[in-house]
Write a protein that binds this ligand. Sequence first.
Ligand SMILES: *[C@@H]1O[C@H](CO)[C@@H](O)[C@H](O)[C@H]1NC(C)=O
Ligand SMILES: *[C@@H]1O[C@H](CO)[C@@H](O)[C@H](O)[C@H]1NC(C)=O
Ligand SMILES: *[C@@H]1O[C@H](CO)[C@@H](O)[C@H](O)[C@H]1NC(C)=O
Ligand SMILES: *[C@@H]1O[C@H](CO)[C@@H](O)[C@H](O)[C@H]1NC(C)=O
Length: 281
Amino acid sequence: MAPSPLLLLFLVSLSWARYCVHNEKSWCQGHNIWGWCFHNKSSGVFNCDDDAFCVSQDQLKNKKSSGCFARDNSSVCCCNDADGCNLGFIGVPPKYAHGQQCVNSMEIPNEDIRLFRPCDDPYCYSLLTAEEDGGPTTVTRGCHSRKMVMHFMSKNEDDKFQNNTKWRETKRIAEMPSCSEILMDQGKMNGTRSLCIDFLFDQEPEDGEEVDEPIKMKGRLCCCDGTSKCNEQAMWADEGITLTELLEEIEKRKVPVDGSVTVSSLLSAVFTLVFAIFFAN
Ligand SMILES: *[C@@H]1O[C@H](CO)[C@@H](O)[C@H](O)[C@H]1NC(C)=O
Ligand SMILES: *[C@@H]1O[C@H](CO)[C@@H](O)[C@H](O)[C@H]1NC(C)=O
Ligand SMILES: *[C@@H]1O[C@H](CO)[C@@H](O)[C@H](O)[C@H]1NC(C)=O
Ligand SMILES: *[C@@H]1O[C@H](CO)[C@@H](O)[C@H](O)[C@H]1NC(C)=O
């Protein structure tokens, strides 16, 4: 049977999408048939060729390609040969100028630890989950941006063809702010930036399962960068902040600079008032 034109259109539109790693948003989707992924080894930028560097290179016109240019002391790289291909530049010289190797593993209670090949990424992560009042912990560790690219590719496929549920495994991480947001205000300690975010959630019932009361779960997402295998440790006891605190922090970042002056002068006015009342008594 010949494929219907509609199906062909669907397939073409799917192949148009080029997924790339993005250093701020975790992932992005390129928008044309030659959609390029970009990485600048000097600045650490990863994106979908947002500034149209790759697309304006004559040597790359209408090609499938992958490689780096040395320009003005910086090495800038372009590829369009695979989804997430700009991750591949982390390990080419100058190696690990930005990004590092991450531990890639899965620890499920009462099962052998599964160790996968380490992967390269701008950000490493660990995700701990357990029942809220304790008990054994499930831990996954890996490459954050790569996971997000895969998550949204599989989600997109599922939305279109209802045949890929892999994204459900990473839903929890995809709903969180990006590692770039999480680490933005963190200082480096021994070359590593890291922070853990604590949150609560209800365990989702298995397909077709009926539950009156979902199990209350706690989760902890840790992001890190700067040194190889920085996601190797991460425990419940490490320093962390709550998701609510993080979201407040992110909201505050959006306030323009002169706005923050207003807030602090308002605060000092309130303090003055409090002191006035205190002394009046
Ligand atoms: C790469 O980053 C360097 C350092 O930030 C910058 O000077 C250069 O213009 C960037 N190159 C491109 C093509 O974006
Ligand atoms: C490239 O780097 C060298 C050594 O760091 C420096 O002397 C030179 O001025 C730089 N060139 C440009 C175009 O930035
Ligand atoms: C889902 O369906 C599309 C279109 O038929 C196909 O290209 C793709 O490989 C399928 N994905 C999976 C995971 O089976
Ligand atoms: C940093 O490294 C030093 C020396 O290796 C070590 O003593 C110290 O505990 C480290 N600090 C942190 C926060 O890991």
